[in-house]
Design a protein around this ligand. Sequence first.
Ligand SMILES: [Zn+2]
Length: 194
Amino acid sequence: MRDDVKRLLKEFKVTTFGFKGDIKRVQNQIRPDEQLFYIDSANATFRNKQTGEKRFAPGVVFVSNQRVLHAEYPAFSTAPVKEEFELFDIHSICTKGKWLASGNLSFSTSTKRVDFFVTFDKAMLQKIEDTLVQTIAEFGPALYEKSLLVKPEEKAKVVCAQSARVVECPGCSAVNIVMRGMIGRCEYCDRYLQ
Ligand SMILES: [Zn+2]
């Protein structure tokens, strides 16, 4: 196993029992220029926000300086079923609340709401949430600018997106990430954010 993966498994006290094969395999997905901040086994529920359609997937997840990737390795198949989320597309993060089963880390993107079951250990859950929030705040804005540069007609927006603010929702305490120049709205209770 890679040294960084080993170190993170230890740091987040991940029980690899039953998941060691998947964790080993997901290492092939790590890009050469990707830096990892969290890796874990995590069963996930992906909800399409438009249609309400739900998909459950066991598997492993990692958070890097570029994205959040979940990979499921179905038996008798060599190819993983992947769900990938750009850091700048994640704008609400939540680990507590009446709509969320305990031990889950939830986040929202423009198209999906994702719930990962990670751990019942509250302190560790907080550490994982903090890691995701910090990673997005640090790398999200630059990635967002880069994505806009691909489309020249959107270049004007680049000036506005130099930083991200981390705002706790006054209504439900979900953590929201708001890019500068954008209006924040809590994904979980729909409040506008100051
Ligand atoms: Zn809220």
